[in-house]
Design a protein around this ligand. Structure first.
Ligand SMILES: *Cc1c(COP(=O)(O)O)cnc(C)c1O
Length: 237
């Protein structure tokens, strides 16, 4: 493993993020500890990840398979949990099903079926979230809000996948109110889905929304998991 020297900036950014999440939980009446911080370590070194892991974080988000593979193997002795949060290409599903514990970005039945087929039998079912294209941006990944229910029902039929919730990346908005409005729509969609699936999806507990620039708005609207890159690791080059 490359030995990076302890980076004091990383430690202080991490403390700031922890404080932002605590403050938001308190301010918006969320129970303390109800929001999980998932550090997003794409483009970051194994040494930087180790420093964050040493501070007590056990799960990390990655977006690119090739890059993640190397770090996952370098850090294997730490027993970390890995979340795939990038677009899933069908020629990558085999590796993804083997290396990751969670996938936040399912948006097609075909991908779900491949992951179900390819999840190794000796591993527990893969935890998955459906990515919703909530702002209905043409260029973005994610299923349209109208199609979430149908995809969710299909996923519930797959024994090697466990539906945990939904994920969204709204278009950038400029103030807290505007950010909250979109996250509120995601929350509504999530609650309706939970009600509709009931016991078919007994482990639906995850609303994956909020990043460095909008975590407060996401927490205000019920996020249970914020995916934080820049605010922890610094700007990506
Ligand atoms: C990169 C990335 C993040 C983290 O974004 P920041 O703005 O750096 O916090 C979160 N979610 C996804 C899906 C990402 O690709």
């Amino acid at each position: 493993m490359p030995i990076d020297h302890h980076n004091p900036d990383l430690s202080s950014r991490l403390q700031k993020v922890i404080q932002r999440v605590k403050d938001a939980e308190q301010h918006f009446g969320r129970p303390p500890g109800s929001v999980l911080v998932l550090p997003v370590s794409k483009t970051r070194s194994a040494g930087e990840i180790k420093q964050v892991a040493d501070a007590g974080f056990t799960a990390f988000g990655e977006s690119y398979l090739q890059e993640a593979e190397k770090k996952i193997s370098e850090l294997a002795s730490l027993g970390l949990q890995w979340h795939f949060i990038g677009p899933v290409q069908s020629n990558k599903t085999q590796q993804i099903a083997r290396l990751f514990d969670w996938i936040h970005s399912i948006d097609r039945e075909k991908i779900a079926r491949r992951l179900d087929d390819q999840r190794p039998k000796e591993l527990p079912p893969l935890n998955v979230c459906i990515q919703v294209n909530i702002s209905e941006e043409v260029s973005k990944s994610g299923v349209s809000p109208d199609a979430v229910d149908e995809l969710a029902v299909r996923i519930c039929e797959l024994p090697r996948l466990q539906l945990r919730g939904i994920m969204a990346i709204p278009a950038p908005a400029h103030d807290l109110e505007q950010q909250r409005q979109v996250f509120r729509e995601v929350h509504t969609l999530y609650s309706k889905l939970q009600a509709r699936l009931g016991s078919k999806a007994p482990n639906m507990d995850t609303l994956s929304m909020g990043m460095s620039a909008d975590l407060e708005a996401a927490i205000a609207e019920g996020s249970t998991l914020v995916r934080i890159g820049t605010a922890i690791f610094g700007p990506r080059t």
